[in-house]
Design a binder for this molecule. Sequence first.
Ligand code: ZN
Length: 256
Amino acid sequence: MLAASSLAGSAQGSAASSSLGSKDPSLPLAGKVVGIDPGHNGRNYADPTFINHLIWNGRERETCDTTGTETDSGYTEARFNFNVASYLAADLRTKGATVVLTRRTNHGVGPCVDRRSQIINRAGADVAIDIHADGGPPGGRGFTVLEPIADGPNDRVIAASRHFGLVLLRRYEKVTGVPTSTYDGSGGISRRDDLAGLNLTTVPKVLIECANMRNAGDAARLVKPGFQRLAARAMAGAIASYLEQAPKSQRARRLD
Ligand SMILES: [Zn+2]
């Protein structure tokens, strides 16, 4: 676990700040590793050949990534995802966690979605979150938590992922006031078998579509730094709550 963690950390250039937080054993998340995947990247549009090449997502081929969506005024999903991830990483480090991010800036291309899963898997994360915002119908609003369906690689983390998903759903709804989606999933939950991030995960993980960027009401909130901090705080609270409740057997198995 340590080797994988430091590998991913150095690849992302975040090892120094990560280890700093985890050395104080009195902090609530000391010794915990949290994976954060801010979906897409700010310059994915600039390299369609790379972004459109096919990767294996655990069930079928899909493209390396997409550009992501944006609001009607042009505020990109990649930027939103990255901002929330940055606030979340800071919150978690303050609590003592080691944080593994799949990208460090919002002006690059990639990595592909399969590689993002590998980075978090190899770090041996205790829990992970993929951060997105949706490009849904303009008349629909709200957030959705996407959960994995068993397909082999993720078999052992289905139950834990669903438990984390429920903790996240409740916390996010309460803290941000964003309602569960009016157009996707059921009661804010959607189980998906078409995403590399969920198909390939070997650590408990969900993906959150934080709101609908194509809806004027949702979009007006999403672009505000205050809302982005609030979303991150909700996620940090859910992660801390989940990790406090995680069964010991889950931890023991991962340390093998
Ligand atoms: Zn997305």
